[in-house]
Design a protein. Structure first.
Length: 579
């Protein structure tokens, strides 16, 4: 027998044995008949065994998490090539799946282990125009913090991880501010993969109803008319039909916590702090499956497994259109001039959806002796209810031609670089006329929210001024793929921008001041020599009684109109060059 013939025979034997090994691998979930979920080490070892036995699977190690353990990414491709760039060059639809952001919701962890195992075992044939990238467990610190008691609203598994990570952060609020190493490592992986479809698996918390699987779609408006309309009218209905064909009555996420959903509910508003809101900034079609917390764990995992299969099947059918529409959306966004920073539900528009619920009433609590919401399982119903999934702009801004970020704000610059923002540095000191923004008023949360006291209700004013910039400061042009991310994060009135997350709070504190006894004499001379300011001062005393009776306020007024008042106070440190 010729040598090459022996080689191919040996290779065939190895492949057959590998497939048999993959078929033989069972998850902890399967071994316990849906009672338990795998520990973090069991998950990673499971994927390593699959990768060892299948040339369709590769497991890669990424950056560190707060737990001191690196993220892993499982790459799956039937053509045995594992470069995301090559996937896109080959016109594959790239699907990225994130599991375990809340490790107490491990449905996606177990479902994806079985999914990849079944692909390796040839039980599922992964189409050639689909490639998968799966982060098997994102919140590793939370996954290692296992117990049976942190999810009181949830039916199984018997033990699970904790919502908070190693810093006790909720990682699904961290994608913009990136306080965690997890979020920073995720950004690197996300941009390398550049998914066409992004999926973040969860378990719901809220109302009671008959459905096992619900689904959040990233807000259609944020995908733009090109991509968003197609997703709403074509892709989403195909997903719901695909699940119906698998005997799952999937509905949109029931956004009605603590109330009766039978009267209708709104599409979840996924701001950029959330995984889907973040992914949408970069024109990924984004989803957050939410299984129903009160359904048995086995049913939830199998519904998630079937939904992942449905995503693959539906993306395969619409592959060419997905790539075309996403490329069109990217091209549109790159040249977009106006961006909406805040949306609200348009209550005049809605879709009717079939909903299977339970009649809601109240009963008297034995604990409090007061009425409490009660869903009566003896009274199920099926009815058409309004689903409010239309949003209208509330706050829209015109994008500048360029932003200028002084190099001293390196925490912001580091995040911009992490998210593949293109920028260049001034090669010499220079003075430029720019649009300067001042913070006129704002409010801050009185309680901590994910390590911050978020700023909100921000009002600003703008002036044209000549500002001196130093060699090494950064000029960022907006004719790039990251321009929507730039506008969302750098505009001070954005709900999830860097100003909202306290990155620029230093400018809100005045660094120099005066003693009134000393300032009194200086202020007298200043008003004598500056009649325009004196006129403003006298007019305000006449029109504002409280001001007229407040000497400290009067001193402060004169000071803020004098050259002694520091220009950086309340001046937003990001400058704009407009068209």
């Amino acid at each position: 027998m010729k040598l090459y013939s022996k080689f191919f025979i040996i290779q065939a034997i190895i492949i057959v044995c590998s497939v048999q090994d993959a078929k033989a691998q069972k998850t902890v979930f399967e071994k316990t008949n849906g009672i338990e979920t795998s520990t973090y080490p069991e998950v990673i070892n499971f994927y390593r065994m699959l990768a060892h036995g299948s040339d369709q699977i590769k497991i890669e190690t990424g950056g560190l998490t707060d737990a001191g353990i690196p993220l892993h990414t499982v790459l799956v491709n039937s053509e045995k090539k594992f470069s995301p760039k090559q996937w896109h060059d080959q016109k594959k639809v790239v699907i990225m799946i994130l599991n375990g952001i809340h490790p107490g919701e491990p449905d996606g962890i177990d479902a994806c282990m079985m999914l990849v195992r079944d692909i390796a075992a040839k039980k599922i044939i992964l189409p050639k125009n689909i490639a998968l990238a799966i982060i098997p467990v994102y919140n590793i610190g939370g996954a290692l913090n296992r117990s049976a008691f942190s999810r009181v609203n949830q039916d199984g598994p018997s033990e699970y991880g904790f919502r908070g990570n190693a810093q006790n952060l909720d990682l699904n609020r961290d994608f913009i501010k990136s306080d965690s190493k997890n979020a920073r490592s995720f950004a690197e992986i996300f941009h390398e993969i550049s998914p066409d479809i992004f999926i973040d698996n969860h378990v719901s918390d809220g109302a009671d109803y008959q459905h096992t699987m619900t689904l959040i779609t990233g807000q259609y408006n944020k995908m733009g008319n090109i991509l968003g309309e197609w997703v709403k009218k074509v892709f989403d209905p195909a997903l719901f039909k695909g699940m119906k064909d698998k005997n799952h009555d999937m509905v949109p996420y029931v956004n009605a916590e603590g109330s009766d959903p039978a009267s209708g509910f709104t599409q979840f508003y996924d701001e950029p702090r959330y995984s889907t809101g973040f992914a949408t900034l970069f024109n990924a079609i984004s989803y957050m499956p939410e299984t129903h917390m009160l359904k048995p764990y086995k049913l939830r995992v199998m519904a998630t497994y079937d939904l992942m299969k449905t995503f693959i099947e539906t993306a395969n059918y619409h592959a060419q259109t997905i790539i075309q529409k996403r490329n069109e959306a990217i091209a549109f966004t790159t040249s977009q001039k106006n961006f909406t920073l805040k949306w609200e539900v348009d209550s005049s528009k809605f879709d009717l959806i079939p909903f299977k619920g339970y009649e809601a009433s109240s009963l008297i609590s034995d604990v409090t002796g007061k009425p409490v919401l009660f869903y009566d399982h003896s009274k199920p119903f099926t009815k058409q209810i309004p689903y409010y999934d239309y949003y209208k702009p509330v706050k829209t801004v015109k994008a500048p031609k360029s932003y200028i970020v002084p190099q001293g704000w390196w925490t912001v610059l580091d995040l911009l670089k992490l998210n593949n923002v293109e920028m260049r540095r001034f090669t010499a000191d220079t003075s430029i006329e720019v649009t300067v923004t001042r913070i006129e008023s704002y409010k801050s949360l009185p309680f901590p929210y994910e390590k911050h006291h978020k700023n909100n209700d921000v009002t600003t004013s703008e002036t044209k001024e000549v500002i001196h910039f130093r060699k090494g400061d950064y000029l960022i042009n907006l004719d790039q793929n990251g321009n929507r991310y730039l506008v969302e994060t750098l505009e001070p009135t954005g709900d999830d921008g860097f100003f909202a997350w306290n990155f620029f709070d230093a400018v809100l504190q005045q660094k120099e001041g005066y003693s009134e006894y000393r300032w009194n004499a200086v202020a007298e001379d200043f008003l004598k020599n500056n009649p325009d300011v004196k006129k403003l001062f006298e007019e305000k005393k006449k029109s504002d009684t409280a001001f007229a009776n407040n000497p400290s306020a009067q001193f402060r007024f004169v000071y803020r109109h004098s050259p002694w008042y520091e220009p950086a106070h309340m001046r937003y440190p990001i400058f704009k060059i407009m068209e």
